[in-house]
Design a binder for this molecule. Structure first.
Ligand SMILES: Cc1cc2nc3c(=O)[nH]c(=O)nc-3n(C[C@H](O)[C@H](O)[C@H](O)COP(=O)(O)OP(=O)(O)OC[C@H]3O[C@@H](n4cnc5c(N)ncnc54)[C@H](O)[C@@H]3O)c2cc1C
Ligand code: SF4
Length: 557
């Protein structure tokens, strides 16, 4: 069946407005396509962002419980996964760190050899860095200076670096909190205000200094005609007109994500679809659609090769410390304590103390009952020796002012699998369930480093309670699950992000990443999407028959 242009509501529907979704929307609109972006989360502005994490209903995303924020935590057997949910995706809650991975990542995983990655990617990283306004952090807070001293004490002072960030900073010697006309897009973007070093990036920037997607890619996409549907959750995508490969277009069904009762179901049609709902979100949606036979041809590799960056969160708390440790930007600096282990100094803004419920006295040792026993012993000994100080560090008030989180990431390989199953405790419906070998939560060298850090300040080295009690690491960097591969026997999309067995269907988000990056992933997701979009022809030239398996590298077209 041959649909004329106006038989479809849109040319492309993009599902999700994070890094992959915003880049896709902007580039497709530029090429002349009619684009809609469906986003489950809300739109945020400096006026409605929460002041601290105590405003749980404006921070956390659990709409069924009345929590309509922009940050979500999902609990799995193998990891607690933190992710964003908003117009602008994870960029609203992310720390703004934008790092390129080492070249060796293109030699690992199922994408190896499928394109001339090392030759092609630098230009896309360059574009991504320009569009996201990447610059070196010049705002070092007390926590960054402490990180440097601790690294010097550990013999790795030479590895200290200031992070590369997407934050609008004042020029050298100029005051902060000053508003300027668009500094990034030749006057086409919104006006921006310089960073005040409030440390609040992960609670959403209330000053307009963090380069969130709604102030960049997405802003430009909307300005040029993309239609954004906030609070709109996609629940179904099915091929139209009896063409099971999607060659006759797709019907996309949505509901209002923040409604309890009247969920306002709607249907839209489009010629092409881009899944950009993040690694977890895209896996979840595709598993659901494969099972309900809307998209039965999705590869059985769905859910394989999920990576969590081998992370561990530790830190140090110093009650009554002379300086406010929440000052600076959320992730201002980092060090390498050995060739595989990278530590960043992280903070929350003053008053955002709720994470304090999750931190406890640092405990070494292998996971399991022995470690829990040792942890109980450590707490009791500490209570006996320093009763007042111990109670002070275990209660949350003043946590953000006194705490430095040490985010430890390792480049070691380690992957898990996500399956779509009924968990034993809730057999009524299927959910994503994690499988495979456990990722280690105890990194001895990192614990040693936290001890050194605490000694410098006269404070306590701390661990995350769930890591000790349940041996489950926390991560904000879940990637993979729909990886790039040579065929549907090894992955879900080809090297141009085209979904195997479907036409004009793509995945552009963290789920396609096929190797452990060892650095925060957003710059890579942006660069990969820039590359994927570069292959889509302008609207006037398209034949609407793009499918996996053709040329995969720009050098091949
Ligand atoms: C606290 C925190 C700090 C972080 N800091 C950094 C950092 O400093 N640097 C870095 O590189 N990374 C950081 N990250 C990770 C980063 O946010 C993610 O890697 C990145 O956002 C992933 O991009 P994406 O395009 O895959 O999807 P996302 O940006 O996650 O966007 C996906 C969007 O899809 C929407 N969605 C999902 N399902 C549906 C559906 N069915 N219908 C409609 N919409 C849907 C979601 O609401 C979401 O907005 C951080 C994450 C967290 C949680
Ligand atoms: S430190 Fe504060 S002002 Fe600066 S980018 Fe982060 S939230 Fe915005």
């Amino acid at each position: 069946m041959n649909h004329g242009k106006n038989q479809f509501d849109f040319d492309f529907i993009v599902i999700g407005s994070g890094f992959g979704g915003s880049v896709s929307a902007h580039r497709l609109v530029e090429k002349g396509y009619r684009v809609a972006v469906m986003e489950m989360g809300r739109r945020w502005t400096p006026e409605n962002l929460p002041r601290t994490s105590w405003s749980i209903h404006r921070w956390f995303w659990r709409p069924r419980l009345g929590l309509r924020g922009f940050f979500n935590m999902r609990f799995f057997k193998h990891a607690t996964i933190f992710h964003g949910c908003a117009v602008g995706g994870g960029s609203i809650t992310y720390a703004g760190t934008l790092l390129a991975p080492p070249e060796k990542v293109w030699d690992a995983g199922s994408w190896t050899g499928l394109a001339k990655w090392k030759a092609e990617m630098p230009q896309h990283y360059e574009t991504a860095a320009r569009m996201l306004g990447v610059t070196e952090n010049r705002i070092l807070g007390p926590a960054d200076h402490l990180l440097k001293k601790a690294a010097e004490a550990a013999g790795s002072g030479h590895t200290f670096y200031c992070t590369k960030v997407g934050i609008f900073q004042a020029a050298e010697g100029k005051p902060d909190n000053q508003t300027f006309p668009d500094p990034f897009f030749g006057g086409e973007g919104p006006e921006r205000t310089t960073c005040t070093a409030c440390g609040g990036c992960m609670m959403g920037c209330r000053y307009g200094a963090k380069n969130t997607l709604d102030l960049g890619y997405l802003y430009l996409a909307e300005k040029r005609g993309a239609r954004l549907f906030p609070e709109t959750r996609v629940v179904n995508v099915r091929p139209l007109g009896g063409a099971s490969d999607g060659s006759a277009g797709y019907e996309v069904s949505t509901v209002k994500s923040t409604a309890w009762f009247r969920r306002q179901p709607r249907c839209f049609t489009s010629r092409g679809v881009i899944f950009s709902a993040s690694s977890l979100g895209t896996m979840e949606l595709l598993f659901h659609l494969k099972e309900k036979a809307s998209l039965p041809g999705i590869s059985n590799q769905l859910g394989r090769h999920v990576r969590t960056n081998s992370e561990s969160l530790i830190g140090a708390r110093t009650p009554g410390y002379s300086q406010d440790l929440s000052q600076g930007i959320a992730i201002g600096s980092g060090v390498y304590i050995d060739e595989h282990t990278h530590i960043e100094a992280v903070r929350y803004p003053r008053g955002s103390d709720t994470m304090g419920f999750l931190t406890t006295i640092l405990t070494d040792g292998r996971p399991g009952p022995q470690r829990i026993g040792l942890w109980l012993k450590n707490v009791l000994v500490s209570l006996f020796r320093h009763p007042f100080k111990t109670v002070r560090v275990l209660q949350p008030l003043g946590w953000a002012r006194e705490f430095v989180i040490l985010l430890c990431m390792q480049t070691l390989e380690g992957e898990i699998e996500m399956r779509w199953q009924r968990p034993w405790f809730w057999p009524f419906r299927k959910f994503l369930v994690s499988w495979g070998e456990k990722v280690p939560t105890y990194i001895p060298k990192a614990n040693e480093f936290a001890q050194k850090f605490a000694k410098l300040t006269g404070g306590f080295a701390m661990s995350m309670l769930p890591e000790i009690l349940f041996d489950v690491p926390g991560t904000a960097h879940c990637i993979g699950g729909c990886v790039i591969a040579d065929s549907s026997g090894h992955g879900v999309v080809d090297a141009r992000h085209r979904v195997f067995n479907y036409k004009n269907m793509y995945i552009c988000d963290g789920s396609v990443v096929a190797a452990n990056l060892g650095v925060n992933p957003s710059l890579t997701i942006t660069a990969l999407t820039e590359r994927a979009m570069s292959f889509i022809p302008p609207a006037v030239e398209t034949q609407w028959n793009d499918s996996a398996g053709g040329a995969t590298s720009s050098s091949l077209v």
